[in-house]
Design a protein around this ligand. Structure first.
Ligand SMILES: *[C@@H]1O[C@H](CO)[C@@H](O)[C@H](O)[C@H]1NC(C)=O
Length: 407
């Protein structure tokens, strides 16, 4: 009896230890976030264990959990008709408001997040997001299921995103969905924000396209992989749900690089001090100049003895603008559409977004920078039951509001 009691206490302590991770005191609903993080970490640990045992790739474990628990059928409601279809051969889910006669509507192409390796536009949270956008904006929302790593690596995801965009913007497709060609936007969160930004650059520069995007709405986008020591990477390296090492792992996976490079890229010096990176490129991610001092805080570029390997030669994707849109020249940025950039204080990617917003602005693009002081990475996807955060609902509301006023 006593033994069982002691065992129970030990187990609860172990569980508490596992769940407990110190969080910044000003993050939104820290206890809920701690639970969410424990859930994520346990899936990742199970994935890593299966990977180490040679059962399957860790990403497949996570994605099979996602597809069992989260992927839902295309179900129409009285107000929104939902169908699974394809654009240029790329699978998509289309959300169309019901009724409205011959009236032309606005349209948004949406790329989901998940480190270019996880998730799907058919997941419950993304399905709910696009449904809500379709209803509240009275717009046609098309959610793109680009191919995922590790089967597909850069530039496959980018190509799928571009192919779907080109098909979406074709006069025939717009007409078939009754979309106003002057009011089409591109959007995405996290890795999807990366694809949206990269595609927006390509489409804007392509003179053969008669219809262009009018807006780009980027939700905590991933934009560069040369500096894992920006102030936000330093500050939030251990903050859920996107830990620094996890983001670096996603990058290596996306770029088809050797996973054993992980310790190397994590211990690399700040790109600002990296001798092998050209000064012209360094200036595009010079956070000491590009982000407000209130976000730089006390952080300084990190110099290390290691990291002298020419990693950009081994992994050319690191300096490819189609993978890292922050590296684009000012002339390219200047042609891209009006932008909305959402950033969260407690997110390793905060400074990617802040730098991009500033560079777009410097290039003459109209930018709305929407920052959440209590936000964490991924919060906008957590606006719905069972993991509903107030910052998730607030950020979702303001994103939809911005689209309503600018698209
Ligand atoms: C970054 O910006 C600072 C401040 O404007 C400047 O002194 C420094 O030379 C810049 N570094 C690079 C690599 O462009």
């Amino acid at each position: 009896m006593k033994l069982r009691w002691a065992g129970g206490v030990l187990l609860s302590l172990a569980a508490a230890y596992y769940v407990y991770s110190p969080l910044p005191s000003t993050v939104n609903e820290p206890w809920k976030l701690m639970l969410l993080d424990a859930l994520f970490r346990s899936f990742i640990h199970v994935g890593d264990a299966a990977h180490a045992l040679g059962i399957c790739h860790s990403v497949h474990v996570l994605n099979s959990v996602v597809s069992r628990l989260e992927v839902i059928e295309a179900r129409s409601s009285p107000s929104v008709s939902v169908t699974d279809s394809a654009l240029g051969g790329v699978p998509v889910r289309v959300f169309q408001p019901v009724g409205g006669g011959a009236k032309l509507r606005r349209g948004v192409l949406y790329f989901h997040g998940g480190g270019w390796a996880l998730c799907s536009g058919r997941m419950r949270s993304y399905d709910l997001l696009c449904r809500k956008m379709a209803e509240e904006l009275d717009a046609v929302i098309v959610s793109v299921d680009y191919r995922l790593a590790p089967e597909a690596v850069f530039p496959d995801q980018f190509h799928d995103a571009l192919t779907a965009s080109q098909a979406f913007l074709s006069p025939e497709v717009l007409q078939s969905y009754r979309i106003d060609p002057a009011r089409v936007g591109v959007s995405g969160d996290s890795a999807g924000g990366n694809l949206a930004a990269a595609v927006a650059q390509q489409i804007s520069a392509d003179d053969s396209m008669s219809v262009k995007f009018r807006v780009q709405a980027l939700i905590y986008p991933v934009l560069q992989a040369l500096d894992f020591n920006t102030p936000s990477y330093q500050q939030n390296h251990n903050v859920p749900i996107l830990h620094r090492h996890l983001m670096a792992r996603f990058w290596l996976l996306y770029l088809g690089a050797d996973p054993s490079l992980l310790p190397h890229i994590l211990s690399s010096p700040s790109s600002l001090l990296h001798p092998s990176i050209l000064p012209a490129i360094r200036s595009h991610l010079n956070w000491t100049a590009l982000i407000p001092t209130k976000h730089q805080k006390h952080y300084r570029p990190i110099a290390t003895e290691t990291g002298s390997r020419e990693v950009t030669q081994e992994v050319p994707g690191l300096v490819d603008v189609r993978a890292a849109p922050l590296l684009a020249e000012q002339g390219v940025l200047g042609r891209t559409p009006q932008a909305y950039v959402m950033t969260c204080e407690f997110d390793v990617l905060r400074d990617d977004g802040l730098m991009y917003a500033r560079r777009l602005q410097d290039a003459g693009v109209r930018v709305t920078s929407d920052h959440y002081d209590d936000g964490f990475h991924g919060c906008m996807a957590f606006a719905f039951w069972p993991f509903r955060f107030s910052v998730g609902q607030r950020s979702l509301g303001s994103y939809i509001h911005w689209l309503d006023h600018n698209l």
